[in-house]
Design a protein around this ligand. Structure first.
Ligand SMILES: [Zn+2]
Length: 307
């Protein structure tokens, strides 16, 4: 069973702790050795700029993280291929896997479409409008004023539509979500869960999920414990509840996973790192057909690749 994981923060961790051994460091939740336990996995690698970096330096940090991606991952492990289009995946041979570069929040681009174009040329294929706060594109989920898209944000989405890139609505505040969904042709929520199951501002309310599904979007169920359940110490059964609930809203063919590994300090019991996917797959297989589990794990995100 192949895995398509729509979100991890390995690049940010590498950037913060340069001495990390990307192949098998214990500090990593997604290491190359774990990714390579199965053939043909697809992993999205997010560029994430922490909020304490001054705006003027954010593009530079984005470029540093992309440089790490090329130097420390693609160059060192030739069996990991940069995926720029769906057909790149079809070209993978048995022992290879795919890496997709994504942007978690448009903070790095400031108000310059040029910067986004540069990131696109370097391989970025999915663009989150915001992280938790406001930037020059839109407001994020923790921005209390709940503002929507700026005019520049609309330009950004138009550009993403033209290039057939994913507009990632995870982290957007509600108003940004609705305004972006109106115009984004390829919307996804790479790592968000259902609010009805777990009341957290980062999760999606039923009407948001239904609208995203109606717009042919994808939802990546995420393993952040406090987005998964309001109970303390959630387990894999709480992830299964998220899956079941999103399916009940019509999400069977538009549901995948976006782990957020290496972006989380606390983890779900049984899903402490990438190897936990093994247990998750086993549990899913008890509840769903082999075909459906394959869709959740891989096929749905693959089918929804617009680029
Ligand atoms: Zn995130």
């Amino acid at each position: 069973m192949k895995i398509f994981d729509a979100h991890c923060d390995l690049l940010y961790k590498l950037w913060r702790e340069p001495d990390i051994d990307v192949f098998s460091d214990e500090r990593l939740q997604v290491s190359i050795s774990k990714l390579q336990e199965r053939n043909n996995n697809i992993q999205c690698f997010a560029v994430f700029i922490p909020e304490d970096i001054p705006f003027i330096n954010r593009m530079e940090v984005a470029l540093q993280q992309i440089n790490l991606f090329y130097q420390r991952i693609l160059k060192k492990f030739p069996e990991i291929k940069l995926i720029k289009t769906k057909s790149d995946i079809n070209l993978l041979s048995n022992h290879e896997m795919g890496a997709i570069l994504t942007l978690e929040g448009c903070d790095a681009i400031g108000d310059q479409l040029n910067n986004l174009q540069i990131l696109y040329h370097l391989g970025v294929r999915s663009v989150g409008l915001t992280w938790n706060f406001a930037n020059l594109v839109a407001d994020g989920a923790h921005e209390k004023r709940n503002g929507g898209l700026t005019n520049f944000g609309r330009m950004v989405i138009r550009y993403l539509n033209e290039q057939r890139l994913w507009t990632d609505l995870s982290h957007a505040c509600e108003r940004s979500f609705w305004e972006a969904l109106d115009i984004a042709e390829y919307p996804i929520a790479s790592h968000s869960n259902a609010y009805s199951i777990c009341k957290h501002v980062r999760n999606l309310k039923d009407e948001q999920i239904v609208a995203l599904l109606k717009n042919n979007g994808m939802i990546g169920v995420t393993f952040v414990p406090y987005f998964t359940s309001n109970r303390s110490n959630p387990t894999i059964s709480d992830v299964l509840k998220q899956v079941e609930y999103i399916c009940s809203l019509g999400g069977e063919t538009q549901l995948g996973f976006g782990s957020d590994f290496d972006g989380i300090e606390v983890t779900i019991t049984g899903l402490e790192n990438y190897s936990g996917y093994e247990t998750l797959i086993n549990e899913l297989q008890k509840l769903y057909s082999e075909e459906l589990v394959h869709k959740f794990m891989y096929r749905n995100f693959f089918e929804h690749m617009s680029y």
